[in-house]
Design a protein around this ligand. Structure first.
Ligand SMILES: [Zn+2]
Length: 204
């Protein structure tokens, strides 16, 4: 899987373009860059098959309407779908233009599910804690961790709507229970080494 970082958006959120090695398909994870911008990064013939949300916070969904308008399916965990239409729940109430989308998801990603990208796939891990429907996406040597895991031992805050510190602890335990090395592509800040983060947090 090939992961391209697309930084931008309201809080410097990391959006990612994830392609299969042969670059036949791609998905955008946390669409904060408009559809047209992401299209220009595709190879000739490469198809953008989905806009995937790691969770429903405003700073991860702000360009969502451009994908919906272009007919790109929006995929997310069911538990965060209510956040798309609610500025109170997605955290955008105090912005000059609160975010409220008149559409929902086109499909749901569940724990243990796989989202195909070309001949490869992203495997879904439901990691509630930052929000009810937060997910992490694993493939090969990479994991897209949304706002669940950040670099330098950090993790997403649990004091916003749908947050739950106890759930976060369980999700982090699950997240760091894998063997091997992965590059962690977080929703904010730097990428990180899975093994380094695991060691720093006392899991190794
Ligand atoms: Zn968030």
């Amino acid at each position: 899987m090939k992961v391209t970082v697309l930084s931008g958006g309201l809080l410097g959120t990391n959006s990612y373009l994830v392609s299969d090695a042969e670059r036949t398909e791609a998905v955008v994870v946390d669409p904060v860059c408009p559809y047209e911008e992401v299209l220009s990064l595709l190879q000739p013939g490469q198809r953008l098959t989905a806009a995937v949300l790691t969770h429903g916070h405003f700073d991860h969904i702000e360009a969502l309407a451009s994908y919906h308008g272009a007919g790109v399916p929006i995929l997310m965990h069911r538990a965060d779908e209510e956040m798309l239409s609610s500025p109170q729940k997605n955290g955008s109430l105090r912005l000059s233009e609160p975010l409220s989308f008149p559409f929902g998801a086109d499909g749901y990603l569940e724990d243990g599910g796989a989202l195909p990208v070309g001949k490869e796939a992203l495997c879904v891990m439901h990691t509630p804690g930052h929000t009810k429907g937060s997910i992490c996406l694993w493939s090969g040597g990479s994991v897209l961790s949304g706002d669940t895991v950040f670099a330098f031992g950090d993790y997403g805050r649990c004091d916003l709507y749908g947050g739950d510190e106890a759930q976060m602890k369980l999700s982090l335990d699950r997240f760091f229970a894998k063997e091997g090395e992965y590059i962690i592509y977080a929703g904010h800040g730097d990428c990180a080494s899975y093994i380094s983060e695991k060691t720093m947090r006392g899991y190794l």
